[in-house]
Design a protein. Structure first.
Ligand SMILES: [Fe+2]
Length: 379
């Protein structure tokens, strides 16, 4: 291997449960060789989150090409395809598409005069008050925050398979405040975070934290996602920990969704197998779940019950000691393995705090692989 890229695991304080994340140095993202790409690919599947510092110069095209490398057969459709165009989709207001590189989206906060062919546009950092059933009081809003929504970047309906990787480039980052992220779920859990962090947790750690009985359960089960899930959930409200929705009957009724068919419904394994390490990640988009298909053929269709099961399985994995809250610096290019981690927007910016990020992911050519037959899976 002749690549000059050096990959070093991130280090965390004593007591941390975070066992993922790495920094890669010596990379020329605009001119990656095949050897470089092999190193980056291996780093992603080994460490799940890979940080490249000082990459503010990287073009949208180079970002797209790096993202596309992880699944060359995946074509060039943005991970959510055109579903973000649906007026009622919850994803619609958060994204601006770069005209000359439509797989790359601009996200952030504040008013921007001009950027990559976009002019005079408003970015809005998602705030939990638009999505959670309860909110942090206004007078505490600058100091306290919540996980907005734990998720995987995936369409979860139709032919588009969950992206393998998402790349995020921090072009502009407002300086230095910190906030306390509260779970507000009666546990007292909270986490000190940099303003506007992206929070990551490992699906592998989430799986490993389960009892043997639950491991067997999740290995055999599949999740049926709602049709047009981002429209379906648009009127529902989240739990205070951002990990799934409350069951208040607020979802858009199925017969009021855009046209859909049962063949387009996605039913995916709960555990996704890492193509390099073979580890199993518990990968569930908790807000989009609708029905649970058990190993014995039973289908749990009661939405409240499905959500309770999913929350019970996932909640230990988002405990503060498992959360990596990336401290964004201008020029950070972060690649994350979308099939091995869950992530969440965090934070509340003031109106005049301008932040500009570029995000790219591409719908994959293949759906994630589930567990191997039980005999060959280590518990
Ligand atoms: Fe995301």
């Amino acid at each position: 291997m002749t690549s000059k890229i050096i990959v070093e695991p991130l280090h965390f304080p004593e007591g941390s449960g975070i066992d993922f994340g790495a920094v890669a140095s010596n990379a020329d993202i605009e001119n990656l060789t095949d050897d470089d790409l092999a190193v980056i690919r291996n780093a992603l599947f080994t460490h799940q989150v890979v940080v490249f510092k000082n990459q503010g110069h990287v073009s949208p095209k180079a970002q797209f090409k790096l993202t596309q490398h992880f699944d060359p057969a995946g074509g060039s459709s943005y991970g959510h395809g055109k579903t973000i165009d649906a007026k009622r989709s919850i994803l619609h207001p958060d994204l601006k598409t770069i005209p000359h590189q439509p797989q790359v989206q601009v996200i952030g906060n504040g008013r921007v005069a001009s950027y990559e062919g976009l002019t005079d546009f408003q970015l809005r950092h998602p705030h939990h008050k638009t999505f959670h059933a309860t909110t942090i009081p206004e007078h505490e809003d600058l100091d306290f925050t919540r996980f907005y929504r734990w998720h995987i970047d995936a369409a979860l309906y139709g032919p588009l398979a969950p992206s393998v990787v998402t790349t995020l480039l921090a072009v502009k980052v407002p300086g230095g405040r910190r906030q306390t992220c509260r779970y507000d779920d009666g546990t007292g859990d909270e986490l000190d975070v940099p303003l506007g962090t992206t929070a990551f947790v490992s699906g592998y750690a989430m799986y490993d934290a389960l009892s043997d009985e639950d491991k067997a359960f999740v290995r055999g089960a599949k999740m049926e996602y709602a049709p047009h899930p981002y429209v379906w959930m648009s009127s529902a409200k989240s739990r205070s920990d951002g990990l799934g929705l409350l069951s208040q009957g607020l979802e858009v009724p199925i017969d009021e969704l855009p046209p859909h068919s049962p063949e387009e419904t996605q039913i995916l394994p709960l555990c996704w197998r890492n193509p390099v390490t073979g580890r199993l990640a518990l990968q569930i988009h908790p807000s989009a779940v609708r029905k649970l298909h058990l190993a014995d053929g039973t289908v749990i269709g009661d939405l409240a019950e499905v959500r309770e099961i999913v929350h019970r399985l996932q909640r230990p994995g988002i405990a503060p000691k498992y959360v990596y809250a990336h401290d964004w610096q201008q020029g950070d290019l972060v690649l994350f393995h979308n099939r091995g981690v869950l992530h969440s927007v965090v934070g509340a910016f003031a109106e005049d705090e301008v932040r500009l990020f570029r995000q790219c992911n591409i719908a994959a050519s293949q759906f994630p692989e589930g567990p191997l037959p039980t005999a060959s899976v280590a518990a």
